[in-house]
Design a protein around this ligand. Structure first.
Ligand code: 1GP
Length: 248
């Protein structure tokens, strides 16, 4: 439970956290190596690895390359039940609680459970909530579920509360990779006020001011993917912002 313990302790101490998302389909081994070295230097909290689909990428080699170049915990953020690797440190065991598709609530979990157990990964049960952030994202399409409308704070609040009541250890508000805009601040604020587990927020974060608004609204762990692929320098400014908020 080392990873969750660390996330939870920081959450209790109101320390904001930052994870970067590496997509093995878009990141070759040598890029994974340089990202890992940079993340180590900047003291990124976590590296998430996952992809909606794996066309050419290889999750094992990608994680091995990251692990041999940094000491940051690598957490699988699985796009589907096949994305499991014993080289990672942990896995988000995602229940898509915003949807009503039984496969994403329990079916895939049953299939993946023995592999995950064999891989000896730290399993972090996480309530995954898709929020409509302006366009149909891969996860909406692939999961065959409708996202929660971005102005329906009441639905988001009740869904997150139910997730916590079911024993899920974190709630993940997902705008979708490459979302045109991040999740609204007000929804983040309302959900965070109503739960007592750490909240992850990701999707469509392209500017430091958006990251700072999201942290200040109550997100504990922020995840950024696409924007870093386009502008590797962005990571430095996110780290500076996280440090500034944490040292206030
Ligand atoms: C993590 O899916 C996101 O929650 C990543 O989204 O690629 O838009 O940063 P971006």
């Amino acid at each position: 439970m080392a990873i969750y313990k660390n996330i939870y302790e920081k959450f209790i101490n109101k320390q904001k956290q930052l994870a970067i998302l590496i997509d093995p389909d878009k990141t070759n081994i040598s890029d994974a190596k340089s990202i890992a070295i940079e993340c180590e230097k900047l003291k990124i909290d976590y590296i998430f690895v996952g992809s909606s689909l794996l066309l050419n990428g290889d999750i094992d080699s990608c994680i091995k390359s990251i692990k041999s170049n940094c000491n940051i915990p690598v957490i699988i953020f699985p796009g589907n039940k096949m994305q499991i690797s014993s080289h990672a440190n942990g896995i988000l065991f995602l229940s898509l609680i915003s949807g009503r598709n039984a496969e994403n609530l329990i079916g895939n979990h049953v299939i993946a459970a023995p592999q995950i157990k064999k891989a000896e990964l730290e399993v972090i049960p996480t309530g995954y909530m898709l929020i409509d952030c302006g366009k149909t994202t891969s996860v909406n399409y692939m999961s065959n579920t409708s996202p929660i409308p971005s102005d329906k704070n009441d639905i988001a609040i009740c869904t997150a509360i139910a997730g916590e009541m079911l024993g899920l250890k974190m709630v993940y508000l997902e705008g979708g990779s490459g979302a045109s805009k991040p999740i609204p601040k007000e929804m983040i604020k309302q959900v965070s006020k109503n739960i007592t587990v750490p909240m992850i927020v990701g999707g469509g974060i392209k500017e430091t001011s958006q990251a700072s608004d999201i942290w200040n609204a109550g997100a504990d762990l922020l995840v950024v993917g696409n924007a870093l692929e386009k502008n590797p320098e962005f990571i430095k400014s996110l780290v500076n912002k996280r440090n500034e908020i944490n040292h206030k």
